[in-house]
Design a protein around this ligand. Structure first.
Ligand code: GAF
Length: 387
């Protein structure tokens, strides 16, 4: 059963009305470019094959009712009460779909909001740093866009998803995940300039080169609405303010000696991560274009070292996953996503996947860590209507 089948089956338990349609959107893995999005810099994520699906049936009243395979109860809100319910917060998982409805209504004044039943099912592991939240947002935004006749394009729908995440759920994230989930293409990463929102698909060619991306989901939970993520963002804003620039995107590696003079040590290291990471994204795109995926391993590993030592968002489980993958023959490896838990990715020859998987499991067991989920991911298509 796919997420689309599961969403349809769940909808049938909610209502006898046939589905008006089913929409889905994928999770993502970020190949490189971490915490650069809210600094208006560069990122290079790709959509994965695991998707979240939203099956939708029209109602005769103005109620939005959402139900998901990852919760026991349906949540209902009348359109007339939507603003107040979002402002009151506390909607838990339902904050994502209802936040999208709320944000889309504001972004598309010509749309015709109406009541719907929505059933959500997801194949994207929650809390793994693979953006299960952007997958929900992308599926639901695509559904409302069609059902309400909003006529927004994919970039506008990504913005709607981010607004839901920032202002309804309360997580101060950038726009990388929503853009990756909306715009992904098979066998390509989305090179995104987070200042202009210009994108270009960059061919990855992993399969052709005999390579695979292995994900190690450490099962260490992270939440971007709390603590560390917010603090890192504040440090970046402090660094940009010290230079009198709108965002760290406006600094290059040539500015780092001056940064070392004017910033305190912690802020300097946060800034150094962002500035060097932006450069690594540009270098990765150039390497992929010129020489293919075998040329990017060292950049991935350098990105991890920068996150571990300068940005300080790794955890021992992620470091162990990276070290073990490298020792098992990976060309490069790094944590992916916001950090403080979640997943690491490793780029390695496909024939080494079984041995690397065993080595990671053995290393986690030897360190007394919880057994991770280890699996491969495939660069895949973004949000779409399935039925
Ligand atoms: C999370 C956020 F949602 C993204 O916007 C991005 O900042 C990422 O962490 C770090 O690169 O996934």
């Amino acid at each position: 059963m796919t997420a689309v089948d599961d969403a349809r089956a769940l909808l049938a338990t909610l209502t006898d009305t046939p589905a008006a349609g089913v929409w889905s959107a994928p999770g993502r893995a970020n190949l490189i470019g971490e915490h650069t999005d809210y600094n208006e810099g560069f990122v290079l994520p790709f959509a994965i094959a695991q998707r979240t699906a939203a099956a939708v049936a029209l109602r005769d009243d103005d109620v939005i009712r959402v139900r998901s395979t990852f919760s026991d109860d349906a949540v209902e809100v009348a359109l007339a009460d939507l603003d107040a319910r979002i402002a009151a917060s506390g909607l838990d998982w339902a904050g994502y779909p209802l936040g999208v409805a709320w944000a889309l209504r504001a972004a598309a004044p010509d749309a015709t909001p109406r009541g719907v039943d929505i059933a959500l099912a997801s194949e994207v592991p929650v809390g793994a740093g693979l953006s299960s939240s952007a997958a929900i947002e992308g599926a639901v935004a695509s559904a409302f866009n069609d059902v309400w006749g909003a006529g927004l394009d994919k970039v506008a729908l990504a913005r709607v998803g981010r607004t839901a995440e920032n202002d309804a759920v309360g997580a101060p994230t950038g726009i990388m995940d929503q853009m990756a989930s909306m715009l992904g293409e098979a066998d390509a990463a989305t090179f995104l300039d987070c200042r202009t929102l210009e994108t270009r698909p960059v061919t990855l060619g992993f399969a052709e080169a005999g390579l695979a991306i292995l994900v190690v989901d450490t099962l260490v939970e992270h939440a971007h609405s709390s603590g560390g993520y917010r603090e890192r963002r504040a440090s970046c804003e402090k660094g940009a303010a010290a230079f009198g620039v709108p965002a760290l995107r406006d600094l290059t590696v040539d500015d780092l000696p001056r940064a070392a003079e004017i910033l305190d040590d912690v802020t300097f290291r946060r800034v150094r991560h962002i500035v060097t990471e932006n450069q690594r994204v540009l270098d990765t795109v150039a390497a992929l274009d010129a020489d293919g995926p075998r040329a990017i391993g060292d950049l991935l590993t350098a990105s991890h070292a920068s996150m571990r030592d300068d940005f300080e968002i790794s955890v021992p489980e992620l470091d162990l996953a990276v070290e073990t993958a490298l020792a098992s023959g990976a060309l490069g490896a790094r944590m992916t996503g916001g950090g403080f838990g979640g997943a690491a990715i490793a780029l390695l020859p496909t024939e080494l996947v079984p041995a690397a998987t065993d080595a990671v499991q053995a290393a986690f067991a030897a360190s007394g860590f919880r057994a991770p989920n280890v699996f491969t991911v495939t660069p895949s298509e973004g949000a779409r209507r399935d039925a």
